[in-house]
Design a binder for this molecule. Sequence first.
Ligand SMILES: C[S@@+](CC[C@H](N)C(=O)[O-])C[C@H]1O[C@@H](n2cnc3c(N)ncnc32)[C@H](O)[C@@H]1O
Length: 331
Amino acid sequence: MSLLGVTGTTSLTGRQVWCRGTRSSETGPRGGLRAAVAALASILMRAPVRGIRGRWPRSLERLAPRLFRVDPRVLLDEEPSAEDFRAAMSILHVGATIKITGANRHAAADALLLEHVDLAGASLVDIGASDGSTSVELVAKLPDFRSYVIADLYLHLDAVQTRRHVFFHDAEGTCVLVAGRRLLAWPSLARWVRVLWTPLIAAARRRGTRRTVLLLGPDARRLLREDPRVATRVHDVFQPWEGPSPDVIKVANLLRRLYFGDEDIQRALGALLESLDEGGHLLLLDNPRIAGIDLRAGLYRRVGGRFTVVAETEHAPEIADLVRSEQLSVA
Ligand SMILES: C[S@@+](CC[C@H](N)C(=O)[O-])C[C@H]1O[C@@H](n2cnc3c(N)ncnc32)[C@H](O)[C@@H]1O
């Protein structure tokens, strides 16, 4: 997994960052300062600590933009913009993954589904839906569906606020992000960060004010209010779906090799297979950071206790080999 790679799939090394913003031939006092900043940036790039954008001298932020991130306090706003909310979600590391998402990045995958499956009266589930943006986009394209569940293992975080800081905790009580006045720290990503921030985290637990933050963006919240067919559920992709089997399960950018090993992915695929009835569909996709490939998607149907390929985009999903594997079957 990329450390703080806000791109979601790749992160640049400190050296690359330095190279992007520097000319090596530069000499003199300015060149010296730049070299010093670059050396520092190179060390800092590897640490799960960043500055908060807008709280530092602009010249510094311009010099090393990758050392700065958005202020996640936007997650606590009553009416954040969809874009700001998504940007803040993209710096949340939860479990093995990042909550990164984006607008309009599933169009070709959604088209596969709409083209090959009669969705009138269908029940759909989107597992690992992050802030729900991509669910909102798919719902808008559906014919008269029966139900749509926006599911994620991390639908809420606890935010503990003190005068200077906000501490975001997951359901297990792990502090996943600290936002100070100028600095952000990800204690769950490095032991030394945990050790340094532990006294503050502990003090905040005693004295701070606590509230639950719903990790759904404004568009998904509106959809939930306005359409009774749409609901949310906390669900772990490694577990079978409880209750009636959905007609379609969509899993996007969650079962990736940058997050999980093949054994775990196979386990999740087994749970997905088990969650579908015969004839049910799995829509699987990823948006890789590979030049010339925006999206890789596949639509699979459960037939005889196995997944069979219905359709794939020009490039099959990263884990298509595991989906097609003979070992993946249920009785
Ligand atoms: C990279 S985001 C993908 C967001 C969205 N599907 C998209 O493609 O834009 C991965 C999402 O999976 C969720 N997630 C991580 N582990 C999970 C698990 N075991 N079960 C369900 N969701 C999980 C994260 O909370 C996050 O929202």
